[in-house]
Write a new protein. Structure first.
Length: 201
């Protein structure tokens, strides 16, 4: 083998190694992205399920407050028994950066019962949520839905006395700049205890 042939062989070998390394790197990145997206999507799905459960069980606050306190497109405040201990907590759902948070406030043990201002405890329900101004997290429907599609979903902030059904919608993406296809998940939740208000009307 001449010197030139050896140089050519080394160059070809180097190009092959570089191509293999690039292929391996991209495969690893792709697999890593898929695994990370899968993990975040599962966590977000669990967060949506938990939110749906709390919203479904919304009820009057221990201080007599109406079950729904605030109904906006990216913020919802309700009263519900978060930890099923018999007392009614104030639950505040909102978006902070790319996280969906839940603030929890317990009622006082004094009489009359009161709720402190602000959130006492805050937990993260979902991460890497990329909803924008055209994709609200919460949408609200009154008792006339689905027959009435003119007034549903309701304009926000919604009249809390009219809310009967809540749609929770999340778009999740760990890297929206490089992966434009987000994972979408949604849940329609009926507020069961508000049926009593319908009968009263």
């Amino acid at each position: 083998m001449t010197f030139i042939e050896m140089i050519i062989a080394i160059a070809i070998f180097s190009m092959g190694i570089a191509g293999f390394t690039l292929l391996f790197s991209r495969t690893w990145q792709s697999n890593s992205y898929v695994l990370e997206m899968g993990k975040d999507s599962m966590a977000a799905s669990q967060g949506v399920n938990n939110m749906a459960d709390y919203i479904r069980r919304a009820r009057q606050g221990d201080d007599g407050s109406y079950p729904v306190q605030l109904a906006d497109e990216n913020e919802l405040t309700i009263f519900s028994d978060y930890n099923k201990d018999g007392t009614t907590d104030r639950l505040h759902f909102y978006k902070s950066g790319q996280n969906i948070m839940m603030g929890i406030t317990e009622p006082s043990t004094t009489f009359p019962v009161t709720y402190p201002s602000g959130d006492q405890t805050t937990i993260t329900l979902a991460e890497h949520v990329v909803n924008n101004s055209t994709t609200p997290i919460f949408s609200y429907y009154n008792k006339n839905y689905p027959a009435d599609t003119t007034n549903n979903p309701m304009s926000v902030p919604a009249s809390v006395a009219d809310v009967r059904l809540v749609k929770v919608y999340l778009e999740v993406n760990i890297d929206p700049n490089n992966a434009p296809n987000s994972v979408h998940m949604q849940s329609f939740v009926e507020m069961r205890n508000l049926n009593d208000y319908n009968e009263a009307e």
